[in-house]
Design a protein around this ligand. Structure first.
Ligand SMILES: NC(=O)c1ccc[n+]([C@@H]2O[C@H](COP(=O)([O-])OP(=O)(O)OC[C@H]3O[C@@H](n4cnc5c(N)ncnc54)[C@H](OP(=O)(O)O)[C@@H]3O)[C@@H](O)[C@H]2O)c1
Length: 246
């Protein structure tokens, strides 16, 4: 597929690596310009471009930026044809994005569609940066991690499933965007690296009322570790998410 990726951080960078290694035609952009994109991201044929160029002549545009940057990309997204698929990896963290930036109870991806004026897919938001980089496995591998994909349009869903699979994870149809609160921070599928057998129940038992508080407890616990000079590793993060969110 012809893919543009905006955002080369923890998540966007891994997506560039995985998808270009899987022989997709990948263009990649950040906020500072193509000359600032690290050479190692381009090893498998991805090309560094401006953010506007990342949206030109692509079938899929992946946005992997902090939630607060989404509105700034609306003009670029508007240049896409209706048939293109936009996939958003973002999550809302008040600690990073600002208290009250999203009103309580807002479904994050629905807010994103309102900002961009078009449908999006929510995918890759529920896995941590290290597991995304390291836990991808070929289809059929026992214990392969599964990721929820929420979308409103069938063609978008089909493309996103193919790309999640190409990054090494089992895609799972998590329903329409209105239901994507079930894969937001603090829910049972979030950061818990579940399999295809475990994911449906995790989505079904998500608790909208308690998820934000559980998200904040997780952030506080990670900050406490960092503040005491201990850098929690990925296994610690998954173990804590399983305790708090499931
Ligand atoms: N980190 C995780 O474990 C994780 C897991 C799942 C989902 N997510 C979500 O995925 C999104 C990305 O997270 P991340 O950790 O990868 O973020 P990150 O490491 O901070 O990277 C953000 C990227 O977005 C780019 N960016 C910001 N504003 C931009 C703009 N206006 N135009 C173009 N590019 C812009 C930045 O460009 P520069 O490089 O030029 O600054 C950077 O490359 C967030 O919404 C996050 O909540 C994160």
């Amino acid at each position: 597929m012809r893919i543009g990726i905006i955002g080369t951080g923890n998540i966007g960078g891994s997506l560039v690596r995985h998808l270009s290694r899987a022989s997709h035609d990948v263009k990649v952009a950040n906020s500072r310009g193509p000359e600032t994109i690290e050479a190692d991201l381009l090893t498998h044929g991805a090309r560094a471009v401006t953010a506007a160029e990342a949206a030109q002549d692509v079938q899929v545009l992946i946005l992997s930026v902090p939630l607060g940057a989404i509105p700034h990309l609306a003009d670029i997204v508007r240049t896409l044809p209706e048939s293109a698929t936009v996939i958003d990896t973002s999550n809302y963290y008040p600690q990073r994005d600002g208290e009250g930036f999203l009103p309580e109870g807002t479904v994050e991806s629905v807010w994103v569609t309102e900002q961009l004026g078009r449908p999006v897919v929510k995918a890759w938001n529920s896995i941590g940066a290290s597991p995304l980089a390291e836990k991808g496995r070929p289809a059929g591998t026992e214990g392969r991690v599964a990721l929820p994909v929420a979308a409103d349009r069938e063609e978008d869903r089909t493309r996103a499933h193919a790309l999640v699979d190409a990054t090494g994870f089992d895609p799972y149809d998590a329903g329409p965007l209105a239901e994507s609160w079930r894969q937001q921070p603090g829910t049972p599928c979030y950061g818990t690296d579940l399999t295809l057998g475990e994911l449906p129940q995790a989505l079904a038992t998500a608790d909208a009322e308690h998820a934000p508080r559980r998200r904040d407890i997780y952030v506080d616990a990670a900050a406490e570790r960092l503040g005491s000079g201990i850098s929690p590793d990925a296994d610690w993060g998954v173990a804590l998410a399983r305790l708090l969110f499931r």
